[in-house]
Design a protein around this ligand. Sequence first.
Ligand SMILES: [Fe+2]
Ligand SMILES: [Fe+2]
Length: 284
Amino acid sequence: MSESVDLGKLASIVEDVPTLPSVMFEVLAVAEDEKSTAGELEDVIMRDQALSAKVLKVANSAYYGIPRTVETVSRATVLLGFQTVVGLALTVSVYDTLWGAGKGNYLDRRELWKHSLGVATAARLLADTANRKEGAVAFTAGMLHDVGKTILDNFLPEEYSKVVELCQKDGIQMHEAELQILGATHADLGYKVARKWQLPDVLCESIHWHHNAAGADDEYRRSAALISLGDYLTRHAGIGEPLDVVQPELDPAALAIWGGSEADLENVAEELMNSRDKIEAFQT
Ligand SMILES: [Fe+2]
Ligand SMILES: [Fe+2]
């Protein structure tokens, strides 16, 4: 455990992170109730005009292949599915909340957003196409997997600068440098904040285990593996710059959990390259 930051300090950071806007609790409640209709979801989202507009903006950026621009939340729900629209609303709320909570220091938010959109897109490509919910969860978890980095950058800038320095000096992965300096990683911190926000278990667990999919409980392992592989593909495709200097290695455990071969992964890498320009062009 690190001597420079005690765990009590990390716990107090979790307390300092603002709660999500109340509309999100309504969105999550609608999402969790199996009897909910698409109309109920639209009603909740459309009551918040800024949220509706941003959801549509992300929907139009992330889902190439849609014949025309999606102009309404109800159209987005029909085309993309209920769970995807919930995920987009969640993504927009999370980043608005975190970015509104501080100016940020070392992390280029635009680059982190592009990285996250890349991972989300890749994870969705890796998901089972016959399982629409898995694709939506993979996309949302991809958008949120590195939230812990934004939290560290906002609330522990001094220590975070040491983490960035150590990565560069020793040529190690960011989560390894975080463990040395903070005694915990951005995945641990992101997990704790996701729990505080009462996000669905699968999102909390995917955030927690995105650098070690084999560590997750059985029911969340696949989702964590999709994020791990999505992260690998996105970094190697050069989409976004999440402040890490070292390219991640392919985690064989994540590949085995996914169930495809390295050649299958190559095919997904090619598909990801097709959406690279669109991701790079996206303005938050
Ligand atoms: Fe990460
Ligand atoms: Fe990442």
